[in-house]
Design a protein around this ligand. Structure first.
Ligand code: LRH
Ligand code: MN
Length: 397
């Protein structure tokens, strides 16, 4: 299949520009509150998570960084930085966003940065400061914060007081950031709290980011929306407000299901990427971290991660190839059907042969999933890691 040079040029520059970060926890055994189905090949040490991440980078050429969750990956905090730097040198994949853990210690039962106890808020804040120190030591730019804080019953907590405490906490965190560092504020409407969540939606995250300071931006986890919400409209608002810091991509049928990107509604991700490409085409200065945040409870962890990166590249390219000029004219002319045909038409087109050409040109495996199978990597790590991963244990990572 041959493509005209202009399409090839546009496709190659779009794919060259697209980097997506993979989560260390995507390689670990994860589950739900009803249990965890253990996979022998799963990673449980930081060494194994970097090895798996490097294999995904080798196969896709699009994942130069690995997101770390502090207590899961660096239980000794800054003291583990040297080990991580050695792994970066050995594997060629770098540590990416640093994700504090403010959700697993007993003290956080009634919240972390929003807890009525000043002492517990201070504990949470010092974990934020540790996370910033780790990021400084590893030369990582983004501290990516999600907190589960909230309540389960009306009247049991002062929502307004908690806003004040959270505001203070994020301002204090922002004040500790290095010159080049950013604080990404991730919102979520519910779970594990089921009456109110303190950082519940994009408006709250935007308000808190603004109040914290210019280095604070909003992180959009695609799974953190009510089914009826228009996510690409939220993205447009955050771009308009120069507050879009990054994404956690995954897919869902019902709630925060953390399924693989594009498995349920690939058109959703296409519509989000279309907002990004149109903003870039209009010359808006975007500085967006694209990241995957999934838990592979049933699919093989390596297969699911490679499949996800490949799907993200395809959807990114489909949206990059929208005939923007033609579409803008039709939109301004309110030629609805013609505009929709241009927009959706880009989604229909099969870009896989184009992505295959880009991979071949970059000396990358043309079909990464097949290459993973042919490499025997999963069989090898299964043998190496077998006989260890017994026991369900906690539900996550
Ligand atoms: C919370 C979340 C957050 C991570 C966690 C693994 O639902 O999206 O980004 O800390 O998943
Ligand atoms: Mn997330």
């Amino acid at each position: 299949m041959s493509f005209d040079t202009d399409t090839l040029r546009r496709a190659f520059s779009a794919l060259n520009a697209f980097k997506i970060e993979i989560p260390s926890w995507g390689f670990a055994n994860t589950g739900t509150r009803f249990g965890k189905f253990v996979q022998a090949a799963a990673a449980s040490t930081i060494e194994e998570k970097f090895a798996d991440g490097a294999e995904v980078l080798r196969l896709t050429g699009a994942t130069p960084t690995l997101a770390l969750h502090v207590l899961w990956d660096m239980p000794h905090g800054v003291a583990d930085a040297e080990k991580v730097q050695a792994l970066e040198a050995k594997t060629g994949i770098r540590a990416g966003s640093i994700n504090p853990n403010l959700f697993q210690e007993q003290e956080y039962k009634y919240g972390s940065l929003c807890n009525p106890s000043a002492e517990i808020r201070q504990k949470a804040l010092s974990h934020m400061f540790d996370s910033i120190e780790i990021a400084k030591r590893l030369n990582c730019r983004d501290i990516s914060l999600w907190l589960p804080d909230g309540s389960n019953y009306p009247g049991t907590q002062s929502i307004r007081k908690r806003i004040g405490w959270l505001d203070e906490g994020l301002q204090a965190t922002h004040a500790r950031l290095g010159a080049e560092q950013r604080l990404l504020v991730e919102y979520k409407p519910f779970e594990p709290a089921f009456y109110h969540t303190d950082l519940g939606d994009w408006g709250m995250a935007l308000q808190l980011a603004r109040s914290a300071g210019p280095k604070a931006k909003v992180l959009v986890d695609t799974g953190h929306h009510y089914a009826a919400q228009n996510i690409e409209q939220i993205v447009a608002w955050l771009i308009h407000s120069n507050a879009l810091g990054g994404f956690h991509f995954n897919d869902r049928r019902y709630a925060d299901d953390d399924l693989t990107l594009g498995s349920i509604d690939p058109y959703q991700i296409f519509r989000i990427f279309a907002e990004i490409h149109s903003a870039e085409a209009d010359g808006l200065p975007l500085d967006v971290a694209y990241m995957i945040d999934q838990s592979h409870n049933l699919k093989g962890k390596m297969e699911a991660m490679v499949q996800t990166v490949v799907t993200a590249q395809e959807l990114w390219l489909k949206a990059a190839l929208i005939d923007r000029e033609k579409l803008a004219g039709l939109q301004d002319g309110c030629e609805l059907v013609a505009a929709e045909e241009v927009f959706r038409g880009a989604f229909w087109q099969d870009v896989r042969p184009l992505v295959a050409e880009w991979r071949a040109a970059r000396g990358l495996p043309v079909h990464p999933l097949d290459a993973l199978k042919e490499s025997g990597y999963v069989e090898r790590i299964t043998k190496e890691r077998a006989g260890r991963s017994a026991g369900g244990g906690g539900s996550y990572a």
